[in-house]
Ligand binder design. Sequence first.
Ligand code: AMP
Length: 279
Amino acid sequence: MQTFQDIENIRKIRAAEQSKTWGLVPTMGALHEGHMSLVRRARAENERVAVSIFVNPIQFNNPDDLEKYPRTVERDLMLLEDEDVDLVWTPPKEIVYPPRFQTHVAVEKITQVLEGATRPGHFLGVTTVVAKLFNMFQPHRAYLGQKDYQQLAVIRQMVNDLNFPIELVPCPIVREADGLAMSSRNVNLSAEGRQQATCLYQSLVRGKELIDAGERTATNVRREMTDIVLKHDRATIDYISIANPDNLNELETIERKVLISMAVFIDSVRLIDNMEVEV
Ligand code: AMP
């Protein structure tokens, strides 16, 4: 496994291995089994696997969140070595955003709702860094988790609109035994917070149960989901959404496949989760 901080070496290796198929797994590090499922899938489907580890400052709308974001690079590198990854890029922020940096990639409508509505500027940071990664690594495939459902939809839009010749591979959400979606931010939960954090999954499961049982009014589903979360005294709801999975617009009536998704603060830790429900 080769590890670099600069861009030059990434380009050299990529150019020298032109004829191989490359899979890229973009991450912000503090790796867990969710990330590793992407890495293993990339390993199984490509001749070369690259992983980027970069806590992208421009996608954080909250400076406190950026400061508290866990960083465990040494451990991450050991985990990636064990998975037989070929290339890891761990740049300092000055290399990604040199002083005169002034270009951003903006996806429009689909970034305005859900995460985009409550985290202004977040997706502009995501699409900009992902476009840079795609140009640098020129992967055949990029592996993205459905945990960040909207992120995947936004990147898909960017790839289509800007004609990146890259196949996006969506990977299912990996959960803890009690249902909590794995996230690098989970380590910031207190012991009590960790217990209460299962309310996101419980609420999603209840939402799915109601839809499966025939409930078609989104407000009714949202209300019951809200009640479950609010039974937990450390939880504050950012949003609970029942949306069209294609454009992520909020629905009144549930008619076809829907995306139920939510963002909840447990104390000051912001967690997201989602579930697709077929009707
Ligand atoms: P992050 O390091 O949080 O930026 O995540 C890097 C990639 O891993 C993204 O494509 C995420 O969607 C994906 N990911 C994070 N957590 C999970 C999870 N629990 N299950 C599946 N994929 C995940």
